[in-house]
Design a protein around this ligand. Structure first.
Ligand code: TRP
Length: 333
């Protein structure tokens, strides 16, 4: 809580351009959480991004794009604090302290670590392992009450809570214990090429995902190539028909239709119609965001002002927490 407002915090990595999965599962909800009784902190998690190799110029560009996209999706930088993680030095400071209150065994159980270390077997660095500790620092620095995340991040919220509870027990009541919040609908959009996997902006196969700023032609092409199955019936059945169900889920997310309405809309039609219809819905839904994004990318100075102002406001709150933590550790505070 801060001045009687609940604190909401979330983060997104600038490790590529967000996909329609990031949009439906996260970005679309962020502006909706802004309200009179809440203060939202939205963090572009570039420190997290370097747990896998990044080209510095691309990372810089993706960071700027992501700030523009957050605003284009409706996040208001006056009401919310939009900031870049590396601009607020307290993230690294608290992260170190929390590393010393986190067990190797806990971190070794994280499915994202297991997943990413098998995907990047040539670069299993210590940062990949302690990633959840940095994420816990992001959350705990702002005394966050609510952390909107996708299903895949629930485990990281759990470990954050465990770290905070343990820290409070050992060092006095310092941290607010956060709650994760995962909206029911659209929490999980799967890859267009492999519907057993979550759609990912760092997928090496560009046909696996549609990005928020893909052109209408690119979106049509990617959906045309989407993997389905061979029984030819448009029906929602994630277990037996993961590809078709994923398309239907995307379709309902973008049209607001219920699953039954979507099934009825495509009843008796072939997969071509489902793919085209879904691509059209996505293209239409993204149109206003893409227009605003282009406008903002033409005002780079303004985007830099937003980042500076966000960093200043975030640092103020973060510094208060670090001061208390340092004092509790026996450091000069
Ligand atoms: N790890 C999150 C993801 O990959 C991004 C993230 C970084 C985050 N810091 C956060 C999410 C803090 C919520 C809160 O999706």
């Amino acid at each position: 809580m801060e001045n009687g407002k609940k604190i909401v915090l979330s983060g997104i990595q600038p490790s590529g351009i967000p996909t329609i999965g990031n949009y439906v599962g996260a970005l679309r909800n962020w502006p909706l959480l802004q309200g009179e009784d809440r203060l939202c902190y939205y963090c572009v998690a570039n420190l997290h991004a370097i747990t896998v190799k990044q080209d510095p110029d691309v990372l810089r560009q993706n960071t700027l794009s992501l700030v523009a996209l957050l605003l284009a999706c409706g996040v208001d930088p006056k009401r919310s604090v939009v900031f870049v993680q590396s601009d607020v030095k307290e993230h690294c400071e608290l992260s170190w302290v929390l590393n010393c209150s986190t067990y190797m065994g806990e971190l070794g159980r994280m499915t994202q670590f297991k997943d990413k270390s098998s995907k990047h077997a040539d670069n299993i660095n210590a940062g990949l392992f302690t990633y959840p500790v940095l994420m816990a620092a992001d959350i705990l620095l702002y005394q966050s009450d609510i952390v909107p995340v996708g299903e895949d991040q629930r485990q990281h919220i759990e470990i954050c809570r465990d770290i905070a509870i343990r820290f409070n027990k050992n060092h006095g009541d310092i941290f607010t214990i956060p709650e994760g919040y995962t909206p029911k609908v659209g929490a999980r959009v799967m890859s267009l090429q492999n519907p057993a996997q979550k759609m990912s902006k760092s997928d090496p196969n560009p046909n696996g995902f549609a990005s928020i700023i893909d052109t209408p032609e690119a979106i049509q092409k990617k959906f045309r190539k989407a993997v389905t199955d061979c029984d030819g019936v448009v029906r929602y059945d994630p277990e037996n028909k993961p590809g078709v169900s994923n398309l239907l889920a995307i379709y309902t997310s973008f049209t607001g239709m219920s699953m039954a309405e979507a099934e009825a809309r495509f009843a008796g039609e072939n997969y071509g119609a489902l793919k085209n219809g879904t691509a059209e819905a996505v293209i239409e839904g993204l149109k206003p965001i893409q227009a605003e994004y282009s406008r903002l990318m033409g005002s780079v100075d303004y985007l830099h002002e937003v980042m500076e102002d966000g960093a200043r406001r975030a640092s103020e709150a973060a510094a208060r927490t670090v001061k208390r933590v340092y004092a509790a550790m026996g450091f000069n505070a």
